[in-house]
Design a protein around this ligand. Sequence first.
Ligand SMILES: [Zn+2]
Length: 512
Amino acid sequence: MKHTHINLIALTALLSACTPASETADTLTAAVPAPVINSDYSSFAQQEKAQEIINRAIDAAGGMDALGALTSGKMTFSARAARIGQAATPQANGDLGDPSKTVAQHANGLVAIDRFNGDNLGSRYVHGGLVDWIFFVGQNSVADVEPVLAGGIINQAQTSAHILLAMSAASEDARYAGLANNQEAVSFVNNLGQMQTAFFDKNSGQLDSVQSLAAHAQWGDIAITRKFSNYKAVNGVQVAHMMTTQQADITASVVTLESYEAVSVSEDIFEKPKDATVNDPFTASTPSARNLTIEDLGGGLYYIANAAQGYNVIFADHDDGILVLETPQSIQASRDVIRTIKAKFPSKTIKAAVPTHHHFDHSGGIYGYLEAGIPILTTPGNVDFATKIGTTARNIGISKGAIKSPKVNSFDGRTTLGSGAAAVELINVGPNPHADEIVIAYMPAIKSVFVADIFSKRGDTLPPANANQLGFADKLEKLDLDIETFIPVHGTNATADEFWDSVTRGRAAAAE
Ligand SMILES: [Zn+2]
């Protein structure tokens, strides 16, 4: 692989060679002003300056030939990552957890990224083939993934050397973006089609960081910055051995490169496992609309399985409007639910949407209701959080602007909405180890309770109840509810017998 310095004069000559024959050239000259290519702001000048900075960074790293030799090989990372948006309260950022092992193996433009739980392989993500896929080892299943959704996984396996190679390969689209804080900035489009800005130390030429912008469901417009430090030589190439990612102002991950071996990689690891079952593709956060199916639970209660992929929603048809239970994942998921409900009940308004708790995957849909003028009904500790989701600036992504006065209401403890067969009692069953405030929806007419995270059912059998489920069970024993069916946000329904059996086993295990 070779990098070339784009020569402005050669490019001008190339362009003039493409000019139409002289009889039409006169007409064109009269109609279209001649392009200005010598201004500091011309694309040519910006590309040329960007190319100089990229070339200098490649030289500072050890040169293109040495960098190219690192395109195949095996890297081991130790990563600590914060579970952002999953703390007990919406204000806490979450600590960087224990280190976990990631191995990235590159060959022929393909990469396999293995994530480990302790010493056991947890999942393998393969990028760069015709279809990206992820293999979940414990579940022995494969899901197809859109590369843009797996950006976080791929980015973690990209060293400073890979960034420089990607910039070199796409340098015709690179543009100089200015000088600030003694760093030269160059914008480029990476191999996932994401617009990024790379920052280079003005003195050494070395890559310092890469930044991209993202539309965050809760926080609105955010910058994601990946900083490269602790440069050390690997086979003659200076490679950053520490990569720190900031999302907005929060440290999301700290990744250490533990080893980088320029070894040949077996092609077998890029093959899809043949004996795996096939999962639904990851669609939860895609900005495209999905078709949803409503299931009638009777008496004015309705269920939407996978309203967002992996997240069920319930709604109740009351005289004064429709009540939606749970606001999962994304603004688009809320738009899908609203559109689906309005198609079935064109003359009714949606009176409120109730998030079960503040965690990012259960509150990512809040903005979708607020933008439609639908009030959010939540517990007191989440009012400021939900209001902030409504008022934060949004100039990128699928929602533009901000809402002047988002409607956010709260209830304390318990409240019943609607009456008769469609009545729904909202109950805050927090504090729970999972979240300080977490709402369940009790539907007495069908002797059912709708519950997120502190009880889920995936697969045919329930494991012994964990601390979150035991906390929920303790709370349920103090409530006067007649429950035959547990309807989880995640997974399929469970009978009361199944639930209490798992609690009995969980309590026995906890007592040991
Ligand atoms: Zn949760």
